[in-house]
Design a binder for this molecule. Structure first.
Ligand SMILES: [Zn+2]
Length: 134
């Protein structure tokens, strides 16, 4: 699929297609889903090739890397990439409550972290309460 088609898809999922940051949030979610799907595709194809008796050397050649790299990447089953995906998901999550971005969770990105709409609203209530007490 063309990147422009994917962007269109992200816009249709965006809670506010007129807001480029909401479209970006939807694009991040879509990108995470797509990378999970392509990882799963390769995992299945490698598993099939291994079941059919293909060597790690032959599998590595198809990817353009060594037998050791092929084995490391795909065996034990996908542990490395699962960890990488978990890290990627964690890195996209709210720095305060760990909520991950999604169609219903707004995320404001800052230089050192992210904050979700729920935490913004909670923080806003706390600040308003503090202001009242003065
Ligand atoms: Zn949060």
């Amino acid at each position: 699929m063309e990147p422009s088609e994917l962007l269109t898809q992200a816009r249709t999922r965006s809670i506010d297609p007129a807001d480029p940051l909401e479209t970006l949030s939807a694009a991040i979610t879509l990108s995470d889903e797509l990378s999970r799907d392509t990882d799963a595709l390769l995992d299945l194809a490698v598993r099939d090739a291994r079941s059919a008796g293909a060597s790690w050397t032959a599998i590595g050649e198809r990817f353009g890397f060594s037998k050791q790299a092929a084995r490391k990447r795909f065996s034990p089953p996908f542990a490395g990439r699962q960890l990488a995906n978990r890290r990627k998901k964690r890195d996209a999550a709210c720095s305060f409550c760990r909520q991950t971005p999604g169609p219903r969770s707004h995320m404001v990105h800052g230089e050192a972290g992210r904050i979700c709409g729920t935490c913004v609203s909670l923080a806003s209530d706390i600040v308003a309460d503090l202001a009242k007490r003065r």
